[in-house]
Structures are given as structure tokens and as C-alpha cells.
Write a protein that binds this ligand. Sequence first.
Ligand SMILES: Cc1cc2nc3c(=O)[nH]c(=O)nc-3n(C[C@H](O)[C@H](O)[C@H](O)COP(=O)(O)OP(=O)(O)OC[C@H]3O[C@@H](n4cnc5c(N)ncnc54)[C@H](O)[C@@H]3O)c2cc1C
Length: 291
Amino acid sequence: MLLDQFKSFVRENVPLAPYTWLQLGGNAKYFAEPVDAEQLQRLVAEASRHSIAIRLLGGGSNVLVKDSGFDGLVIQLIAPAFQKIGIQGNRVTCGGGVRLSHLVTACVANGLAGVEHLVGIPGTVGGALRANSGTEEGDIGHAVREAQMLRRNGDLVNVTGNQLAFSHRRSSLDELAILEATLELQPGDVKYLTKREQTFWILKRSRQPNHPTRSALAFIDPDGESAGELIHRTGFSGLIEGSVQMNATHPNYITAGTGATADQVLALLEKVKKGVHEKTGVRLQPHLVVW
Ligand SMILES: Cc1cc2nc3c(=O)[nH]c(=O)nc-3n(C[C@H](O)[C@H](O)[C@H](O)COP(=O)(O)OP(=O)(O)OC[C@H]3O[C@@H](n4cnc5c(N)ncnc54)[C@H](O)[C@@H]3O)c2cc1C
């Protein structure tokens, strides 16, 4: 294969469905799990040299893979080198492959406040930083002070201060891979923070489908409005396309059933987007990233 020299950690024709929450879509031409940043850098530089398209996969909770699959290289930061959490005073440095839930738990256990409201958001820290994930209580971006990313040519870049920009579900961390980030949090009482984390967890569970696997958040909340509220008001909650449905109780979630396809998800999203626009004038933007 083109990436022959990396065959110890690159596989070919790997089904991507098991790696995503919707469990849909075709194969990746190449799938890599590098053991450390140096291996990752060499792989990315070589793939770029051959003009191979590259995507970073986190927890797969916000990705829809097309039925035709992805004709390129998918990389997952699953190795221990990308899973480190280090705490110094009120600063937490965290690998891009760390589960967001692990980061939240580590901060709470160490008496650091500021991310406990993110409990229950699936995926990795890298995915959360890319989308500036959050809740009404705030997003992850407000706490970020520094980040290390990998560019498509294999170069590393550190960003800090005013190079960091976060807005609603958007961030300036848009290089190929977010390898690490440092968050600044506030000191807090462990018992109090644990209670807060539990309360947010209960709240989060009440606001998403009961069995969230095979679900995804469909649209970004438009300015000052809730996408779910708009979908409900315009009569599109519960809408079905093949084996895919807009959740009837939590209208901004899309759920895939047996026999679902990525094409059905795309068709349903398009119908809802078009319908909401026709009825309200609001253009919903997709939350899901399509590969
Ligand atoms: C049940 C459910 C509930 C959810 N609740 C919320 C919520 O309350 N708030 C919210 O904001 N979102 C929510 N989401 C959406 C989703 O969980 C978030 O967007 C999450 O942060 C995505 O992380 P991930 O690791 O799964 O990313 P993926 O789905 O794997 O990837 C999403 C995007 O991020 C990029 N990416 C992933 N890792 C990296 C990295 N290390 N470097 C660079 N790019 C990377 C991918 O290339 C892709 O473009 C929910 C989703 C589900 C299914």
C-alpha cells in the first residue's frame, strides 16, 4: 500500500460504522492508531506528500460517515500517549484523545471547578475543543489557555492568548489535529463540585434520548434560539426517513434504527432544514460533521 512503511499501525479498508455513535457509513481506505506524536507526525507528513485526504476521529459522537465511506486516512488518538491528564495548581493539561468525561471527573476529584457542567457530553477533549462543545452553563473554550496542534504538513504549532478564539460551537483550533490543551480552572470544594457534577449529569440525561447510542445532535442552536424548539414548533419532531427519525421527545436529536443508512440521515436533515426555513426563515446549520 501507499503507506507501507507504517503498516504496524495503519490498517486498510476499515469499517467506520463501529467507531461512530450513529453506527453508519462505509469504510476508511486507511485507518491509523499511532502510538505517539512523533509517529503521528511522520504519518501525516507522508500522507500529505501523497495528497491523501486525512480526518481526525475522536469519539465519533458528532460524525456521520457517508455510505460510500471515506477515501483517505482516518486517524484516532487512542494510544496512551494521547490520553494523559496532568494537573499543576489550577491548570490542567490534557491530551486530545482523552474522554471528556475523564477530564471532568479528574478536575472534580482534584477540586477544580469550571468544567463539571460538561458531564455527559460524549466524545473526546479534541472533539469538544474543535466544536467548542458546551451547555447553557457555558462551553469548554472559556477555560482554554493553550493548545498544541498538528498541521497537515506534519508541523506542530502551539497557540495561546489571542490566537485562541471560541464562539458558539466554533473554535479557532482548526488545524488537522488537536494534540493537547491546557485549561485554567478555579479552585473549589471536592464535595460541592461532585454534587454539581451529579446534578448536571441528571439534567443532561433528562435532556437527551434515553438510549443515546445511535443518536446524534442534528443542528446548532441558532442565535438566541433552540434548534429543538424550532423543530418542535414547526412540526418536524418525530419525522421519519427510512429507518432514521428526528426524536419525538428531544427534537434536535436524530436516531438511527435497524437498516438505517447515512443517505437517510442526510435526506432527513435536509427535509428538516428546508422545512424549518420555509416556516420560520431560520437557516439551521448542521451540528453533525459529514465525512
Ligand atoms: C447523545 C449526545 C449528546 C450530545 N450532547 C452535546 C452537548 O450537550 N453539547 C455539545 O456541544 N455537543 C453535544 N453532542 C455532540 C458531540 O458529543 C460533541 O460535538 C463532541 O464534542 C464531539 O466529540 P467527539 O470526540 O465525539 O468528536 P468526533 O465526533 O469524533 O469528531 C467531530 C469533529 O471533531 C474533529 N475532531 C475530533 N477529535 C479531534 C482532534 N483531536 N483534533 C482535531 N479535530 C478533532 C473531527 O475531525 C470532526 O470534525 C452530543 C452528541 C450526542 C450523540
